[in-house]
Design a binder for this molecule. Structure first.
Ligand code: ZN
Length: 490
């Protein structure tokens, strides 16, 4: 393994040296999306954070079994226990089969992740495909005396659990304090305490997503799937559990209680949580009109967006902040990220055009050591990126001849830059990876050939107009003796 990796463990509230249970194998479970709508910036941040961790671990030499689930049942409208199933509701409104809704948004999620260059997980299990495993976990929790059945539903008994174990171990909440501040249960509830949560719910007649169980025809509680699927694919104890900070309570707290009640210990040894994205300082919410999906960002089709953004601009923007800091979205911030990213890619392309010298005037090992140290320190991508930008300046000096590197040092620099930029940060050069960029280039070339024709015809007004319009659109046109050169001024 290379440098030791430290991670902030939410469970212990401190940075800890990461030591896998069975090196070089690492088991990692991350809560994936509930597939009833398009992925937004929050999904992108979580997926990119754990993609960065996945890539860093792999680059450090670990073999990672990365499980990221798809929630396609059991996530209800209001909280873990109340309201209509989110997917069933969408299916009712759109007159579709619930699994059609789940598949549609799963496909769109995969497409968006692919555009963001997020690697697919090793296993992507669906909640609805693991009902039997979930029922088994409920049976074990019941057998241990940490749950009770009421009218066909099964609830986790938080008070009974808290007498033997510590409920609130992850979030730092204390049950006694929660009880003093809480509202009373309404007369309709089957629950003994408002803190209890559903493991299995009896389906009401209108609830269409339903399965047989020993207690009723019904459906599993939201927190249950992650306990059941991590147990199945990663075992009783595994290395890392991840997700957004908003999942700490009640979702992950519930998961820990379930696993402890079922199997005697919390599942994961390291709990890693990414912070949220705000928009103009506010939380993202449909009701505030600031809810921007990834598709809208890629097309610019949202009233708050001044332009479309390349997926790599969004990835770079997210990586510029440490995953545990809040990150505020604005057009200005994304435009700055776009400029920065383009400057970086220009330097990376320039590396191939540098002529080696007879001596080295800069130390490549410094670059290599500094970025690895930053990434090993709880995935400090902003520091790694700032080291990279120090070297963007140096690369330009190398190109201009103000600094020199021997051939072998130059090769070492190329290798180290490529490892950080492409393997670990997972960035892609869109100018080279084709797609839309290629189309834009083709269009510009075509327009410039029309302008060349106009010039040949001495139609100066057309040729000037084309140049002025292109300049206005950020395409810098440079006339040369033997033709014309252009570049995008981002
Ligand atoms: Zn989960």
């Amino acid at each position: 393994m290379e440098s030791p990796l430290t991670l902030y463990n939410t469970m212990h509230r401190r940075k800890e040296l990461f030591e896998p249970l069975a090196p070089p194998l690492v088991g990692m479970y991350v809560c994936g999306p509930t597939v009833y709508g398009d992925a937004h910036l929050g999904h992108a941040r979580s997926a990119i954070t754990f993609d960065l961790l996945f890539r860093t671990l792999r680059h450090w030499g670990y073999k990672v079994r990365y499980v990221r689930n798809i929630t396609d049942v059991g996530h209800l409208e209001h909280d873990a226990d109340e309201g209509e199933d989110k997917i069933a509701k969408k299916a009712r409104l759109e007159e579709l089969e619930p699994m059609e809704v789940a598949q549609h948004y799963t496909n769109r999620y995969h497409e968006a992740m692919h555009q963001l260059n997020v690697l697919p997980p090793s296993i992507e299990p669906r909640a609805s495909g693991h009902i039997i495993e979930q029922i088994e976990v409920v049976e074990r929790i019941l057998a241990g005396g940490f749950a009770y059945e009421e009218n066909g539903s099964v609830y986790f008994d938080v008070e009974a659990y808290n007498k033997k174990h510590e409920y609130g171990i992850l979030s730092g909440r204390v049950l006694d304090e929660m009880q003093t501040n809480s509202r009373q249960l309404g007369g309709q509830s089957d629950k003994r305490s408002p803190f209890d949560f559903a493991l299995w719910k009896k389906a009401s007649p209108e609830h269409i997503m339903r399965w047989p169980s020993p207690w009723s025809v019904g459906f599993p509680g939201w927190h249950l799937e992650c306990s059941a699927m991590s147990l199945k694919y990663l075992g009783q104890t595994f290395d890392i559990h991840g997700g957004g900070m908003d999942l700490i309570f009640p979702h992950h707290e519930g998961e820990i209680a379930q696993n402890t009640a079922c199997c005697g210990s919390a599942s994961a040894r390291y709990w890693v949580h990414n912070n949220m994205i705000t928009i103009g300082g506010q939380k993202m919410a449909k009701s505030l009109g600031n809810f921007i999906t990834l598709q809208q960002l890629f097309t610019g089709d949202h009233p708050m967006l001044e332009q479309a953004y390349w997926p790599m601009t969004i990835r770079f923007f997210i990586l510029q902040a440490h995953y545990r800091s809040t990150l505020d979205f604005s057009n200005e911030a994304l435009q700055a990220a776009e400029k920065g990213f383009e400057r970086l890619m220009k330097a990376v392309r320039l590396l191939d055009k540098i002529t080696p010298g007879t001596e080295s005037t800069v130390r490549v090992a410094d670059f290599d050591e500094q970025w690895r140290k930053a990434m090993a320190d709880d995935l400090n991508s902003p520091i790694a990126i700032s080291v990279l930008f120090d070297w963007v300046r140096i690369i330009n000096q190398l190109y201009d001849g103000h600094q020199t590197l021997t051939a072998s040092d130059l090769e070492a620099l190329k290798k180290s830059v490529s490892e950080l930029v492409f393997d670990v940060l997972g960035l892609q050069d869109e100018q080279q990876s084709g797609g839309d960029r290629e189309r834009v280039s083709g269009l510009i070339e075509m327009i410039l050939s029309v302008r060349q024709q106009a010039k040949a015809n001495r139609d100066w007004s057309t040729s000037d107009r084309i140049r002025d319009e292109l300049t206005r659109l950020g395409v810098v046109v440079k006339d040369k003796k033997d033709g014309v050169d252009w570049e995008l001024d981002l």
